[in-house]
Design a protein around this ligand. Structure first.
Ligand SMILES: Nc1ncnc2c1ncn2[C@@H]1O[C@H](COP(=O)(O)OP(=O)(O)O)[C@@H](O)[C@H]1O
Ligand SMILES: [Mg+2]
Length: 266
């Protein structure tokens, strides 16, 4: 399998919020592993796509989940007519061929799975394939990026200290109002006035964090609301469907949010 399918031809739109582009580029130039830290829907995935494009590297993304095993990352022997044949997993492909491997939501994976990345993230830069009895040295272009949402942190779902300390972290949070409005205009195709209204609603919802809401409305949600508006839905229904209803199942919280939204609307 070659990497062509993982190359990004067109520039993914990404609007910088701070010095994250320079930081990532500097980390990549030294092949330091990077951790993108921040709440869901604030641009981490878009950012790594943009950076892979900018650096001219293929990007292999793995959505981590709790049933994921080390073999899902590294690879496994599969039965074929000619006998058992080894298939590289996504991580091994990236390591061998020199892609950026992005492990999205790494805390979802069990800790015994995440330790396979350890020998890749220190000076050794090797991936041991125990089942195949092979040590794969990392291609010079290979780099590892993970994403991590500290909001979901709990005793069971946290990164091992020995894993965390291997990464350079770049913090992501919601952009400032003007930047976020520009993103909503561009991604949802609404006018600036609508985008600013949606951003104001987003900010209100974020203030309810810790008062019954686990997380406020993400940039992604504001874009969804904007898309509904662009498709002809009135802004009240659009925000109800793309922000209020998805974000909480609690009826009181729902009323509080609906009230907060109404207060922002003309
Ligand atoms: N800084 C940004 N520049 C451009 N688009 C952004 C930015 N931040 C968020 N977005 C938009 O928000 C959506 C969700 O972001 P995403 O990268 O998927 O979030 P995350 O990976 O952090 O959950 C993206 O598809 C993109 O449309
Ligand atoms: Mg993501």
């Amino acid at each position: 399998m070659n990497l062509d399918a993982y190359r990004i031809a067109d520039e993914p739109y990404y609007r910088p919020v701070g010095n994250e582009i320079e930081l990532f580029a500097a980390a990549y130039s030294d092949r330091l592993p990077v951790m993108l830290k921040g709440p869901t829907g604030c641009g981490k995935t878009r950012f790594v796509e943009h950076m892979a494009w900018k650096l001219g590297r293929a990007l292999i993304t793995v959505a981590c989940h709790e049933d994921m095993t080390a073999s899902d990352l590294a690879g496994r022997f599969l039965l074929a007519p000619e006998g058992t044949v080894w298939h590289d997993g996504p991580l091994t492909m990236a390591v061998r061929q020199g892609a950026i491997c992005y492990l999205d939501e790494i805390v979802e994976a069990r800790q015994d799975t995440t330790v396979v990345i350890h020998p890749l993230t220190d000076a050794r830069r090797i991936l041991p394939l125990d089942k195949k009895n092979e040590l794969v040295p990392a291609h010079p272009d290979f780099a590892l990026t993970i994403s991590y949402n500290p909001g979901y942190q709990s005793a069971v779902k946290d990164l091992k200290e020995s894993t965390k300390q291997r990464f350079v972290a770049i913090e992501f949070s919601y952009p400032d109002a003007a930047t976020e409005a520009a993103i909503v205009v561009r991604e949802a195709g609404v006018d600036e006035k609508t985008a600013s209204l949606l951003v104001a609603i987003g900010e209100r919802s974020r203030n309810l964090r810790g008062h019954g809401l686990e997380e406020g409305a993400s940039t992604r949600m504001l874009i969804h609301a904007g898309r509904l508006v662009a498709a002809g839905v009135d802004i009240r229904s659009a925000t109800q469907s793309s922000i209020v209803l998805p974000i909480t199942d609690d009826l009181e919280m729902r009323d509080a949010l609906t009230g907060a939204v109404a207060a922002c609307l003309p």
